[in-house]
Design a protein around this ligand. Structure first.
Ligand code: ADP
Ligand code: ZN
Ligand code: ZN
Length: 725
């Protein structure tokens, strides 16, 4: 027998399979098995994709080892890899690798082992032990035997002479058991609610589609009770012995939703997210392959969880950009979910308070079934939202806090209620520039200004990570008059301390949460009332549920609005709705203050009224006028090189090739320099393709992709349905 094997080395080049002879004694090898193979002078790991009797003419090398007892890639995973690699124009191996935790990827570097616990178990029966106990004089031996009689096994944390004696006298035996490193800890209680009519209807609709590959869009304001709907659907699926995948945007940011799942389903849940160590991920993954859990809760890559017999796949906050992988392979979890739904004949549920325009448009065309939750389910009411025009405030010298915001902060502090302030920029100030000549300190490697971080007294590049000591003399005119502009979370925190010296303030951004567990601690502390004010970046926008928060302030709603991208209005609207969803989740009414220089922009005025449907209509008009998604499909082609001149030449060639080979009804924009032209000394140019149907497209993209595969100077990347332009 022979095996066709795919290895990581082929990731860049074409997906070439290599054929190897299977040694006679390697009986357990199957399609999907991970193997070690000789490759040139080295030994590589790879996956078996085919078994065959065909013999090649030349002498074949033998597979050197079978790495695991059971195949790593299931039949379904093999199928998904094939389909996705064709859709995304990427190699199959890159998809297989993306599906797996590090411990199971085909790569020689990793050595992540199962952890074993040693237990003591009884060889004797109860009467024998009881007789022995009567005579036994050793305290420690007695203690162990009592425990064994009680629970059948005794976990050994340290070997001692009593254990040795018990084993030597054949009273007990040592056994090894697999140990799972990760366990979500919580002391809370699950509280069940009776679903309201809308919720029950949504649950029933999905459950009645239990054997159909149907996609539902569950649209409901924040707090409408979507999570309760998800849990009830899953419960229904478990009853008929099916399994479920529940995706959330990013678990480290939404620990509360995980907690709710663990409270309801206990040990039936495996959790997959980037905050776990590689060992922990491996263990969670094994719980799934060993069939010990029926529910997987996780972030994007959990969509590949190898559950069998899937009954439902749920994607919460379906509009979130985290569901699309921003690097190779650029898959979107929503598309994978729908593929898997078809494979298992299972419904997919997409949930959101602010569905992506693409999903809502599909619901409009009845491609998806729309389910709506109109009102908040719990006690909380939607908050009152105020828009503050910062142009007026600046005239009154209120640069950071508007009159209204500072008055409300004071009011809430007095009432001992909690406050969240949202500012989408970390660091102290965003620009460091000379007060005399206007020179701005920029990153030497990127076309971007450096951000001042006061706690470390450094200027940092948020693109490439470059850092340098703060500059106090202008490098150009040597003046000492260096000034900081722009507001970051660090400075906001400092200003708050000045203004409200008695307030207890905590900041959550990438700088305060780099250590493992730091996130959770801030969230727990704030939830337990240790702080009055939480200051943070988009990290705090998602999913947090604090009943005591009655005021949310958005310091600068324009930051996301001013990003030059066709989705910036949509993103701003989503963000504002989501952030305001943090207020008034408890008994007290919530208030939201949005500070902006664009106080009449529709994405801001409609967010004030939580009016998603009007926003949807308005934004769809604009997308239609400008021929953007969802009316047109978008493809982004990025051309990157270290050589400035070459970047222009090569981009021009790509643009011309696209224009001359694509259909006339397809638009090609560019080439143009990317938003940030130079990052880490690499120049980025881009072309944008907008199309509805184009019979030539696939071939054109393949040709381009192949053309640049072997090019060591210029790289070309194709991003289908890109997150941003
Ligand atoms: P969403 O996921 O839509 O933001 P949740 O499911 O988190 O909403 O529900 C918001 C709050 O309302 C939670 O505290 C939840 O326990 C409560 N809740 C949900 N459904 C009901 C219900 N039918 N009756 C009472 N409370 C409910
Ligand atoms: Zn100067
Ligand atoms: Zn940089």
């Amino acid at each position: 027998m022979y095996a066709k094997v795919i290895t990581e080395i082929t990731a860049k080049a074409v997906d070439k399979m290599f054929i190897y002879k299977i040694p006679k004694d390697m009986k357990k090898i199957k399609v999907g098995s991970r193997v070690k193979v000789p490759f040139g002078h080295q030994e590589l790991e790879g996956f078996v994709l085919e078994l065959t009797h065909e013999k090649e003419d030349y002498e074949l090398k033998e597979i050197t080892a079978l790495v695991d007892e059971e195949p790593i890639l299931t039949e379904e995973m093999l199928y998904l890899g094939k389909v996705l690699s064709e859709q995304l124009l990427c190699s199959r191996i890159s998809i297989y690798q993306a599906m797996l935790p590090k411990a199971l990827k085909a790569s020689n570097k990793t050595e992540i082992k199962k952890k074993m616990d040693t237990y003591l178990v009884l060889n004797w029966n109860r009467t024998e032990v009881e007789n022995y106990l009567e005579k036994c004089r050793f305290k420690r031996q007695k203690e162990i035997l009592m425990k064994l009689l009680e629970s059948g096994e005794y976990l050994i944390t340290k070997q001692d002479s009593s254990i040795k004696t018990l084993v030597k006298n054949n009273i007990c035996t040592l056994v090894q058991k697999e140990k799972y490193r990760y366990a979500f800890q919580t002391t809370k209680q699950d509280h069940r609610v009776t679903l309201n009519q809308e919720q029950q209807y949504a649950v029933n609709r999905v459950l009645s589609a239990k054997n159909q590959a149907k996609t539902f869009l569950l649209y409901g304001v924040t707090g409408a009770g979507k999570t309760e709907v998800y849990m009830n659907i899953i419960e229904g699926m478990l009853k008929i012995n099916k399994t479920a995948i529940m995706l959330v945007p990013e678990i480290s940011l939404t620990p509360q939703i995980v907690e709710r799942f663990v409270l309801r389903f206990g040990r039936d849940v495996a959790i997959l997210h980037s905050g776990l160590s590689e060992g922990e991920k491996y263990d969670e993954y094994r719980k799934i392959t060993n069939g010990e859990v029926h529910i997987v809760v996780g972030a994007r890559s959990a969509i590949f969880a190898p559950l069998k017999n899937i009954g439902v796949i749920i994607i919460d906050e379906e509009h979130s950009s985290t569901y699309k992988q921003d690097n190779h392979p650029r898959y979107h979890a929503r598309d994978v979910a729908i593929l898997r739904g078809k494979y298992h004949q299972a419904p997919v549920v997409l949930g959101s308070a602010t569905p992506s325009l693409e999903s809502m448009a599909r619901a409009g065309r009845k491609v998806y079934d729309l389910l709506t939750l109109k009102t908040r389910a719990g006690k909380g009411k939607l908050p009152q939202v105020y828009i503050v025009n910062m142009k007026e405030e600046v005239k009154k010298k209120n640069f950071i806090f508007s009159e209204l915001l500072s008055r409300k902060i004071e009011e809430k502090l007095l009432k001992k209620e909690q406050i969240i302030l949202f500012l989408n920029r970390r660091g102290y100030s965003s620009i460091s520039s000379c007060g005399d000549c206007g020179e701005v300190i920029k990153c030497p490697n990127c076309d971007i200004s450096l951000t001042y971080h006061k706690s470390s007294n450094m200027l940092r590049c948020h693109y490439c990570g470059y850092a340098t000591k703060k500059v106090s003399i202008c490098p150009k005119c040597h003046s000492y008059n260096m000034k900081d502009f722009g507001l970051g979370t660090e400075k906001l925190e400092e200003e708050l301390h000045h203004m409200y010296p008695n307030a207890r303030i905590v900041r959550m951004d990438m700088d305060t949460t780099s250590k493992k567990g730091a996130h959770q601690k801030i969230i727990d502390d704030f939830g337990n009332g240790k702080y009055d004010i939480l200051v943070g970046t988009q990290m705090i926008a998602k999913g947090l549920d604090f009943p005591k928060v009655t005021l949310v302030g958005v310091m600068n709603a324009d930051a996301s609005l001013n990003i030059p991208d066709f989705r910036s209005s949509e993103r701003t609207f989503q963000l504002l709705c989501q952030v305001s969803g943090r207020a008034g989740r408890g008994e007290e009414k919530g208030e939201v203050i949005i500070q902006t220089y664009n106080n009449t922009h529709y994405s801001i005025t409609l967010a004030k009224h939580h009016d998603y449907l009007s926003f949807y209509k308005e934004e769809m008009k604009i997308r239609k006028q400008l021929n953007y998604s969802p009316y047109y499909y978008i493809i982004l082609i990025k051309i990157s090189t270290k050589d400035y001149e070459l970047s222009f030449r090569e981009a021009k060639k790509v643009g011309e090739y696209l224009r001359s080979h694509l259909s006339k009804s397809t638009y090609v924009l560019g080439p143009a320099m990317a938003n940030v032209f130079r990052i880490d000394n690499i120049y980025h140019q881009q072309c944008i393709i907008k199309y509805q149907h184009d019979a030539n497209l696939k071939q054109v993209l393949l040709t381009l992709d192949n053309h640049y595969k072997g090019n060591s100077k210029v790289s070309l990347e194709i991003d289908i349905n890109p997150n941003r332009l």
